[in-house]
Structure formats: C-alpha cells, structure tokens
Write a protein that binds this ligand. Structure first.
Ligand SMILES: Cc1cc2nc3c(=O)[nH]c(=O)nc-3n(C[C@H](O)[C@H](O)[C@H](O)COP(=O)(O)OP(=O)(O)OC[C@H]3O[C@@H](n4cnc5c(N)ncnc54)[C@H](O)[C@@H]3O)c2cc1C
Length: 663
C-alpha cells in the first residue's frame, strides 16, 4: 500500500442519495483499503449534490415524502452486513431532534426559511415530511460525507450533466460534460437514478393527437417537474394512475391551485375550492387508490414469519434449478401474509374467533394459500367476513363489479376508501398491521435471493419487477392517511370523480377529444386534457438521458435481455455484474473501473430510502462498490507510480481539461 500515491481520479456521475451514499462509503473505507491515496473526486450533477434532482429544495412545499420521519436514514448501523466500517448517524427524525437541540446547525438558507424551521420544530417520528425537508437532511449528509474524506482526497463539484464517457486505451475514461468540459479519470461510478423516457408508441400517438387537436397530454413524468399550467380551471382532465404520482398530481391541481381544507361539522375534511381547479377524473387498472399507510398497534408481541423467511428463501434457491416467482415464491409469500394476519387476529382479538390458535395453526400449516380447504377452515374459525383476509379482493376490489350510475360508483369508492382508512387505523383491526409487517418481511427476505441467476426469464422481466413490486407498493407503500382524507373531501366537493377499474382512454379524432371510461360503468368522459400519472419506466434504450443512450450506442453498456428458451424479454435495465455492480459491455465483459448503481441498473433495487436497522440493500451495494472502486484506484495509482518510477507524473488538475462546447 503506497504511503503517498500517484494522483488519480474518480468521477461520481449523479450525486443524489445514492451518489452521495457511495461517497460516504468511500470516506469510511479509504483509510482501511487505500490509506494515503491521492485522489481527486469529481462530483457531477446539474442538481444540488446530496439531494439531487428528485429531492432538490426547489419544489412545491406541498409535496411530501411517502415515508415517516423515523423510517428514513442515510446511515449504516449495527444491522448492516458490510465489510467496511459502520458509521452510525441520525435518521431523519433524530437529525430534526439534533437541529432542535442546537447540536446540528442548519445552513443559512434553511435557517431563514420559516416554513422549514416550523416543520422541523413540529416534526414527529410518524410525520410525513416535506420533500424540501428531506432535501436539507440530504444536503447535510452530503456535506458531512465530504468533510469525512481524508486530506489526501479533494472533491471538485461540477454543476453539469455528463453526456458521454469514452474509454481510453490505458484504462482511463474521459467523461464529457454538457458544458464541453472533459474529465479524464481512472474510475467512474454512475449513480444517475431516476431518468425520464422518450414516449413509447402509445404515448407518442397521444402526443401527436394532442398536438393535432390542440389538446393537452402529459406522458409519464416526474410530477414535480411537470408544467400543468395548460390544464385550465374548471375543465375536465382525465388522470390515469392512482398511485403516488396520481396523488402528487391531484395535490398540485387542487391545494397547489389555492384550495384549502377545513374541518367540517362531522369532523371530516371539507375542501374549499379556489375556483382554479380543473375537474379531475381519476382512473387506473385497479380503479382504487393505493392502500393507506397503517397507524394501528400490534396486540401480539410481534409477527413471527414461518412460511417465507430468509432461511426458507435461501433453501428454496439452493434446492432449485430454476426459480419461478409465481409458481415457487408467491404461494409461500401469500401463505405468510395469511399467517401473519390471522396470527394477530387470534392473539389480539380472541372474541372474534371460534377456535384456539393451536388448532387453527395446525390445520393451516399443510394447506395451500388458495385452497378450498383453507377457505373452509377460515370460514369455520372466523365468523365475521370483515375479519377474513381475501388476497384476491385486496388486490382487485372492483374486479367484476358494475355500477348502475356514476353516483353509485362515486359513493362506492368513498365507502371503499373510508373502510380502508378504518381497517388501517382502528385498533380493532390490528391484523392489518400484521399483514403489513408480513409483506415487508417477505420483501426483505426475498431480497436475499433476488439476484439469483436461477430466476426464469419471465420472472425477472414480468413478475419480480412489475407484478410483485407493484403489489407491494399498493398494499404496503401507499399514501399517508391524510392524503386519502383529502381525496374523500375532493370527491365530496365534486372536484374529483372516479372512473372505475381497467380505465380505458381513446383519442377520438372525430370528436377531437380524449374519451375515457371503464367496464365498471356505462359512462364516458370527454376531456381536453389527459395525464398519465406514473413515473417513466426505466428503460435504457428509451431513456431521455443522453449519457445512457451514449453508453448503449458505444457498446460500453447494454440493456439486460433475458432468454431462457421459454421466454425472452428485457428488464429495460443497464446490465451490471452481480455483487460489485461493474458495468457490463456489449461483449459481456465487466469493465474493471466503471460501476453503476441505482434504480436503472439490473442490480436488486429497493425503491425507497433505507429504514434504520434493516440491513439496507443500498448500503450493502454502496459499500461493495466503494471498496471495489478504491481497490481499482489503488491499482491505478500503483501502476502509475511504477510507470513513473515513483514520481507522480500527473498533476490531478491536469486531468480536468476545459474544451470548447462541441469539441
Ligand atoms: C418521485 C419520487 C418520489 C419518491 N419518494 C420516496 C419516498 O417518499 N420515500 C422513499 O423512501 N423513497 C422514495 N423514492 C425512492 C427513492 O428515494 C429514490 O429512489 C432515490 O431518490 C434514489 O436515489 P438515486 O440517487 O439513485 O436517484 P436520484 O434521486 O434520481 O438521483 C440521481 C441523480 O443523478 C443525476 N443525473 C442523472 N443523469 C445525470 C447525468 N447524465 N449527469 C450528471 N448527473 C446526472 C440527477 O440529476 C440526480 O440528481 C421516490 C422516488 C421518486 C422518483
């Protein structure tokens, strides 16, 4: 290990939560892996480092995190199974407490922001913070990560976008920036996160139709970035998507347009219109919003998984030649969900069951989750249908339901949302919390085998990502209860109407309008405006990010294509090597000194901030990548020392060349 090395350089492209997280791991590991390494770290992001694009401070204060303040951390902890050192630090709520106590001092811009200071003062563990507050936490984390770097490391921030990376014959890379600047570096880590997509064929058709008929169409986008000014007050707008993007969009088109909520005489929320709102017609495949966050308490000590645990998953993986999510794993998870739910019902609500837990558990254990025998057992043991968990109905509550009139559909949806809020907040229904835990534990335990090479191509392309992640988000990662109370108020005020399940939209050239409806109801809505309220699908070949497109065009990167003879398809993700996330090129070779992490890569991705003490996947990957990158930098430094007979021939500043744009 060199005491003082030849100067070398690293580029981190994208400095949002993952980019700054990997920087923190570099700081933590450097003294152990590569002490004394003389490194220049180029931090490249057009948005502020730490927060990045999604969490930038410049966004509506109405947009909130979908996580509670106690459930967000940027720090490794005792649960982290990493090779590098654990460097504990405050979760978001602990950070707010330290700001309040004065042990953390906010930067000037945040201190003079009365709304932010007020939010920090009132923040509780169960609060859903604004994205602007998360922005300050991430900015603080980033500054701390930079400060933790040893003196031999310099950081150079570039408020710029990387547009291409060229490989040099000597193993170095040249990162081209939009400004024309070029950085020659030894190692590159891409952490470019959520990127947009060019409209697919359907969306492109709608864009064209909207342009020709003078209509407004917004394809899948990041809601915070969308320009909604063309949606006029009072006009009908069809919104496809009732997940989190749909919630954000509704917030921006209502409260964001000056509406207010006040308590009504029945203790509910009443929406007071500003007059600037459009009339929002909300529809989706399920036709209902995601399930509310749960706020009840368990009566039992804990939920004890049995049918799908980390050990069960590992054994299944080891003993299978081929893994199918739907055939092999989902039946175990479904059974686990029922087990967790009924375990809590029997433990905490004995008056509502007719047999003892031991008898139920013994009869339950050998049965299939969807068997008639299990349905019979449940009907015998749990007399009230409200207490029974029907997974199919949970997933598709409007399946096969038809309504006589629009009023019936609206009333049914309001009942559905009210019932969901009740099930998820009332102490009487604590089994719903157990269901949430069972789903969360299953999600984490599946994480242990999610990068197994044994998954069928269909499972990787269609089941693990789209189906399972969507089901998880719908049941366990829906909006805070407050948002659903607001939705109810908007529905009562007539600002929002529901379209029903399996919503369809037609671009009607004769009428010159969008027409929307659903099989739930014999009714059509005509509208000038249509919004696809969902995040763009991370498909590298359709990405709107020039860097990703250039990686593909040069063959330095490839989209993950899976073909097992029975099924061929693409996940749309950038292919990286399992474990150390090295970029794999068109010949199938992992690049020794280029890494890629985050939601657009083929590595397992948990689409959320780390929860404290859950051995977060992202921390494990950040640590592995930081150590691998440091190893690579050390090798480059050693080679350069040898080449130059111990003299550092390159000045790090010489690796940072400004060329005219377009050169
Ligand atoms: C809208 C939205 C809301 C979310 N809400 C929550 C939530 O409430 N709770 C939760 O736990 N999780 C949430 N998540 C998930 C999670 O927090 C994000 O996945 C997290 O932002 C991922 O971090 P990242 O650094 O990988 O990506 P990003 O946050 O997308 O950061 C990537 C950075 O890379 C930069 N970049 C991209 N291309 C280039 C380039 N060519 N050159 C230079 N820089 C580039 C971007 O500007 C950006 O700053 C949300 C995600 C989204 C998209």
């Amino acid at each position: 290990m060199p005491r003082a090395s030849a100067p070398i350089s690293l580029a981190i492209v994208g400095v949002g939560p993952r980019g700054t997280g990997v920087l923190e791991r570099i700081a933590a590991n450097l003294p152990l892996v590569a002490a004394g390494l003389d490194v220049t770290v180029h931090l490249i992001d057009p948005f502020p480092a730490g927060a990045g694009r999604i969490w930038r401070a410049e966004q509506s204060p109405l947009l909130r995190l979908n996580s509670m303040a106690a459930d967000v951390t940027m720090f490794t902890d005792e649960s982290s199974t990493i090779d590098g050192p654990i460097v504990p630090g405050p979760s978001l709520i602990e950070w707010a407490a330290q700001v309040r106590s004065g042990s953390i001092v906010l930067p000037d811009h945040a201190r003079s922001d009365a709304a932010l200071v007020g939010e920090i003062t009132a923040l509780e563990a169960s609060s859903f913070p604004t994205r602007r507050l998360q922005s300050v936490y991430l900015d603080w984390f980033h500054r701390r990560a930079v400060a933790a770097l040893p003196p031999s490391v310099r950081t150079v921030a570039h408020a710029d976008e990387a547009v291409a990376v060229d490989r040099w014959g000597d193993g170095r890379s040249e990162v081209r920036l939009l400004s024309g600047e070029r950085l020659v570096v030894d190692t590159v880590i891409f952490a470019i996160g959520h990127t947009g997509a060019e409209p697919d064929a359907d969306a492109a058709g709608l864009v064209e139709f909207a342009a020709s008929a003078d209509l407004f169409y917004l394809p899948p986008a990041f809601t915070a970035d969308a320009d909604l000014t063309a949606i006029a007050a009072g006009e009908d707008v069809v919104v496809r998507g009732m997940g989190l993007a749909g919630v954000d969009l509704t917030v921006l088109l209502t409260e964001g347009r000056g509406g207010r909520y006040v308590p009504d005489s029945a203790g509910r929320l009443e929406y007071l219109q500003s007059g600037n709102e459009p009339h929002i017609h909300l529809g989706s495949r399920r036709g209902v919003p995601y399930r509310s966050k749960v706020s009840s308490q368990l009566k039992a000590d804990r939920v004890t998984p049995r049918f799908f645990t980390a050990a069960v998953a590992a054994t299944l993986e080891a003993s299978s030649d081929r893994l199918s999510f739907i055939d092999d794993v989902w039946p175990l998870i479904a059974k686990e969900l029922l087990w967790g739910y009924y375990g809590e019902l029997f433990a905490g609500h004995t008056a509502r069951v007719l047999i003892g837990w031991d008898e139920f558990a013994e009869a339950f254990a050998p049965l299939q989750w969807d068997s008639a025998d299990l349905a019979t057992l449940i009907a015998r043991a749990v007399p009230d249908p409200v207490d029974r968990l029907d997974l199919a109905n949970l997933d598709r509550p409007l399946a096969g339901v038809r309504f006589e009139s629009g009023e019936d559909l609206q009333a049914h949806l309001r009942d559905h949302i009210e019932r969901d809020l009740h099930l998820r907040s009332a102490e009487d229904h604590s089994p719903t919390l157990a269901l949430f835990y069972s789903l969360l534990f299953s999600y984490f335990d599946l994480g242990g085998i999610v990068d197994s090479p044994k998954w069928s191509a269909r499972s990787r392309v269609e089941e693990l990502g789209p189906w399972w992640t969507n089901f998880f988000s719908y049941v366990a990662s829906g909006p805070p209860a407050q948002r659903l109370h607001e939705l109810l108020a908007l529905s009562r005020a007539g600002v929002v109407s529901f379209l029903g399940a399996d919503t369809w939209v037609r671009a009607d050239a004769e009428l010159g309008h969008f027409v929307a409806g659903s099989p739930s109801l014999d009714h059509e809505v005509h509208a000038r405006a249509l919004v696809d309220a969902r995040l763009p699908v991370a498909t590298i070949s359709a990405s709107d990010n020039p860097l990703l497109r250039s990686l593909l065009a040069s063959g330095a990167g490839v989209e993950e294509v899976l073909d097992d003879g029975e099924f061929r398809g693409t996940t749309g993700r950038l292919l990286v090597s399992p474990g150390d996330a090295r970029l794999i090129d068109v010949t199938g070779t992992p690049h020794p000194s280029t890494f890629a992490i985050g939601p657009y890569t083929s590595a397992p991705f948990v689409g959320a901030f780390a929860r404290p003490r859950t051995n977060a996947v992202s921390f494990r990957e950040n640590d592995r990548v930081a150590r691998a990158a440091l190893g690579q930098l050390l090798a480059a430094a050693t080679a350069r020392m040898n080449e130059n007979d111990g003299e550092g021939a390159l000045n790090p500043l010489e690796t940072h060349v400004r060329l005219p744009q377009g050169a």
